[in-house]
Write a protein that binds this ligand. Sequence first.
Ligand SMILES: CC(C)(COP(=O)(O)OP(=O)(O)OC[C@H]1O[C@@H](n2cnc3c(N)ncnc32)[C@H](O)[C@@H]1OP(=O)(O)O)[C@@H](O)C(=O)NCCC(=O)NCCS
Length: 371
Amino acid sequence: MASTKGLEGITATESKISSIIDDKLTYVGYDIDDLANNSSFEEVVYLLWNQKLPTQTELDGLKEELNNNMELPKEVIDHLKSYDLSTVHPMAALRTTISMLGLFDSEADEMDEEANKRKAVRLQAKISTIVTAFSRIRKGEEPISPKSGLSFAANFLYMLNGKEPEDVEIEAINKALVLHADHELNASTFTARVCVATLSDVYSGVTAAIGALKGPLHGGANEQVMAMLKEIGSVENAIPAIEKKLENKEKIMGMGHRVYRNGDPRAKHLKEMSRELTELTGHSKYYEMSIKIEDYIKENKGLPANVDFYSASVYHSLGIDHDLFTPIFAVSRVSGWLAHILEQYSDNRLIRPRAEYVGPKGQKYTPIEDR
Ligand SMILES: CC(C)(COP(=O)(O)OP(=O)(O)OC[C@H]1O[C@@H](n2cnc3c(N)ncnc32)[C@H](O)[C@@H]1OP(=O)(O)O)[C@@H](O)C(=O)NCCC(=O)NCCS
């Protein structure tokens, strides 16, 4: 029984949520370009969870539910305050806090569909409050309660910065959230599905998924892209620095993809946002560096830029701390995880593949004193 390293090319489940076919990404059959240009994040959440776009009444209902569920239990805030957050990565804090939230949800282990949908709303609503509260607490500031009437994207920025955001900032975050919401059977979504396929609970599934997203080969890449751009320092140094990294067999973060061969359809939207926002905020050098690196890697390695490459300079120009880039990815992707968790429960079978054994065979036990 030969194994397929990294499960490359293996189709592990059926899904009605999103697809990548011929380098095109769709959510429930809607092209990502169409959604990125026209949709709010809340509409996408509704789409992923219900496999249809909402009517105005349905959308208003979801927005209200999200707004009503954003507050965190006081114990969770107190818990965050009890740590020295200056040494804690926000993805580690997010993973632990999401798990902790399950302790304050009396329905955590209720497994019927309606209870799981209610938990999905709570998790989607609370995740942005956790990320923003973490950010404020570590700066010695009090967390800010969400403001009713603001969109999900606007509330995220409001709770992060303590002031109502400009339209251009809301549009950027909304579009970034839409673009990151789901992505077929990516590593963290697969993790979530494997976890809940044991009939474990929703909180466990999302906690496991956050752990998988944290790694630099997955969601953690966006923070690493910004670290790389800072290290390179100038547009003139971009190509020499990349050449050196390739000589040293280092991977260039934000480049390459397991599925896309000719390009990640999300990257062009983030690239355009990066161009606009870096120009608006006086950070153009990061955009200029990024296009040089993208062109060089495409030409010399045949690898496309992925979603993480330009999101780094987008978030940087919005003044967001670099270690919050991956948590923002989670704030969006939790919508996809929850859609997949609900889908997994709806037609469940334990996910349990096999391993090809390549270790020694036929060994005989020797008593410890003879070894
Ligand atoms: C996304 C990623 C994990 C896909 O990995 P994968 O399908 O397993 O591909 P591999 O790591 O096996 O790479 C295949 C080849 O391309 C090279 N390669 C892939 N991504 C590369 C990168 N970002 N920089 C330099 N070389 C890269 C590998 O070194 C390997 O070369 P080799 O065959 O000469 O050894 C990989 O491209 C990567 O590590 N990218 C950087 C991290 C990143 O941006 N992650 C976010 C993904 S959305």
